[in-house]
Design a binder for this molecule. Sequence first.
Ligand SMILES: [Ca+2]
Length: 155
Amino acid sequence: MVPMGNRMPGAQAKNAGPSRPKCDHCASFIPGRSEVWEDREHAGVPTAHFVLGRDGAVQKIEVLRAADSTAVRVFEYAGGHLVSEAQDTNGDGVLDRFERFDADGEVVMREEDLNGDGKIDVRSFFEKGKLVRREIIDPELLQGDAAHERGAPAH
Ligand SMILES: [Ca+2]
């Protein structure tokens, strides 16, 4: 005779805690959208984050700083073309330069946070790669050293 009522599943087996994948090269797949983290610098933490679309094409790539996983560069793609790029140009952990590109890969707009407060200060518009208009958004930049071109050679 086999006792029928003795196979009580242990309550602990169902309560093993949250399953949090801890790995240096892991992927989580969500229907229609996939995300992949990679530890490209063998830093023990992910330093690249890929977001893939339903078709498997890359939609977004984030390059992460190993020290604190903040994004230092963010690339966004649509239809296989790079449409925007954001960058932390001075390494303070805040994205401070944002560019948008046309279908030919030419920059059409660049937004810059020059004083590192996380707000855009200057917005530049381009046509066929040439600067056509520039807006100064932060009025503080008009008082004094507004003419600082980021990336321009220092004289
Ligand atoms: Ca700013």
